[in-house]
Design a protein around this ligand. Structure first.
Ligand code: SF4
Length: 547
């Protein structure tokens, strides 16, 4: 094991796979397994580590082989890391002289720097070869002297995922990493044309991993210290293992066995969340979907999100882009997930829907934005809960119908107004409903230091939490919510320790104004909470305060 290989993580984000920190994608782990099998000693480095310390380039240069994993096929904003740009990828590729350099991942489908612009498929300079198709299988072929092309074969990649699981310990965020777990590749709707903008149909007909394959990988990751898992690498978790047509019926018994098997091999896991679900699966197969949701809720951890790719509430756009669900189906699916998931555990809802909108699709007009607004206001007015609304501009990829046929650049003003309207009139009231005053959020990890520090819990779409205190990065604490922004909440450490809380934070306690803050400062330390009450008056968070 003297031959050194580096996995260089430029991060990935796809419709059904996330690998931006704190997430680590399945690509990294299966590639690590292939390299180990071929006798390499495997090192791991991220693009952010190299940006912070360019001297690490020497380390890369000292290896025999470098595998870069990169590519973003859905535009996003990230707190935990910044995906490698095409310029960076090429510059780094050219700066590394000695080792063989291969690159794989969704970068092979094309590149665009941001949403709203076409992603062009192009050669990547600075690398010896592109790993085409299934990345781990392509690497294995290359190392066996064949062309670097791979066809997905879970019989082989399951074993690589297990043998490569130890790579997570080299991740700079470890142990605070979220392991994205793959259960399927390819989309059932894809065989019926797929949604015009989506790259998942490129993976072909759905293929499902076995429960044994998945739980063996989770067990191996757990043995290496992983405690946070998202069963997120699939277009629709509710149809895991289901067969038949464009909208297969969920198999709740199978989903129960899948999640139970994960719990059995990772008994003290801290996070078990999901990601994509197709709202049409839920509304078309209500009873089976309810059972499947209940099975997930039995074994997952609270604060979970079922992300719906709604894309638009305009039937004309739905028809023009072969989208999967009508607005009434999405609305019904929101109701059903609310029925099953809105109850709280530890103060937070078990499972809520999230909504994704894509703007710039074919058929879009000014009216589309009115319909989108109306739809969302109907959700608010019905008293339903939605955890998060993601509005993004189309990033069309070569080979998808949306690459040719779209409305990018035609409704910029309406797009901005729609976003602004949603922030103010939908996001804010939703945040207040989902996280009422005094909600306690456990195990928040500080990610950004400052006078106002920012942290998040591990999870699927965790809420951004501003804490008006200077806290150190990677500190873990419980907090309680004291205010809401449009996309974030403000929180204080829990319990609120009234004798030691800095002045800048005291003023965030609801019901405590400037005058009370001044009085509290002069009268501290308090011997009893009654003494505090006499000075500060009543606050709605009294039950969360300690000395
Ligand atoms: S249903 Fe549409 S958006 Fe979802 S994975 Fe399939 S093609 Fe992509």
């Amino acid at each position: 094991m003297n031959v050194k290989a580096f996995i260089f993580d430029g991060y990935v984000d796809e419709p059904a796979c996330l690998g931006v920190p704190p997430y680590i994608s399945p690509y990294i782990r299966s590639v690590a397994g292939v390299l180990s099998e071929h006798g390499y000693s495997v090192k791991y480095l991220t693009i952010d580590q190299l940006r912070t310390n360019p001297k690490l380039l020497n380390e890369l240069n000292s290896a025999h082989l470098i595998i870069m994993i990169a590519g973003v096929t859905v535009p996003g904003k990230y707190l935990g890391g910044t995906p490698a740009t095409l310029t960076e990828i090429q510059q780094i590729g050219m700066a590394i002289q000695h080792p063989k350099k291969l690159i794989g991942g969704p970068i092979g489908l094309g590149y665009s720097p941001e949403g709203g612009r076409r992603a062009v498929r192009q050669d990547i300079n600075g690398f010896d070869a592109m790993l085409e198709g299934a990345v781990a299988e392509a690497l294995d072929a290359y190392l066996n002297g064949r062309e670097p092309r791979g066809i997905l074969d879970y019989n082989r990649s399951d074993a690589w995922s297990v043998s490569g699981s130890g790579i997570i310990e080299q991740h700079p965020n470890f142990p605070f990493i979220m392991c994205e777990i793959e259960t399927a590749r390819g989309c059932a709707h894809g065989a019926y044309g797929g949604c015009s903008f989506c790259t998942e149909p490129f993976y072909g007909q759905p293929m499902y991993r076995s429960i044994m394959g998945i739980s063996n990988e989770v067990a191996a990751l757990y043995a290496h210290g992983a405690r946070h898992f998202r069963v997120g690498r699939q277009p629709d978790i509710l149809i895991y293992g289901a067969a038949g047509g464009e909208y297969p019926t969920p198999n709740p018994e199978l989903i129960d066995r899948l999640f139970l098997s994960i719990r059995k091999v990772a008994p003290d896991l801290k996070t078990l969340h999901i990601d994509n679900t197709n709202p049409a699966t839920i509304s078309r197969h209500e009873e089976a979907a309810r059972e499947a949701l209940r099975a997930i809720i039995r074994y997952h951890t609270a604060g979970d999100v079922a992300a719906f790719g709604m894309e638009t509430a305009d039937p004309t756009v739905i028809a023009a882009n072969n989208l999967k669900a009508q607005p009434n189906e999405v609305f019904r699916a929101i109701q059903i997930v609310n029925d099953e998931g809105v109850k709280r555990r530890g103060g937070i809802p078990e499972l809520l829907p999230g909504l994704n909108f894509v703007c710039g699709l074919a058929g879009e007009t000014e009216k589309t934005y009115t319909l989108n607004d109306r739809f969302l206001m109907s959700v608010v007015n019905a008293g339903l809960l939605v955890r998060r609304i993601n509005i993004r501009q189309l990033m069309p990829f070569e080979g998808t119908p949306a690459y040719i046929n779209n409305t990018l650049g035609k409704h910029e003003r309406s797009f901005r107004q729609f976003k602004e309207h949603v922030r103010q009139h939908v996001d804010l009231p939703m945040l207040k409903r989902v996280y009422p005053l005094g909600t306690v959020l456990r195990d928040v990890i500080v990610e950004i230091e400052g006078d106002l520090s920012f942290g998040r819990q591990m999870g699927s779409y965790p809420i951004l939490i501003g804490i008006p205190l200077r806290l150190s990065q990677r500190m873990v604490l419980d907090v309680t919510i004291v205010d809401w922004g449009m996309r974030s909440v403000t929180a204080l450490p829990f319990p609120i320790k009234i004798n030691t809380l800095p002045i800048a934070a005291l003023k965030w306690i609801p019901g405590i104004g400037k005058k009370q803050v001044a009085r509290i400062i002069t009268k501290r330390p308090f011997k009893t909470l009654d003494d505090f009450r006499l000075v500060a008056g009543r606050t709605p968070l009294e039950h969360l305060i300690s000395l």
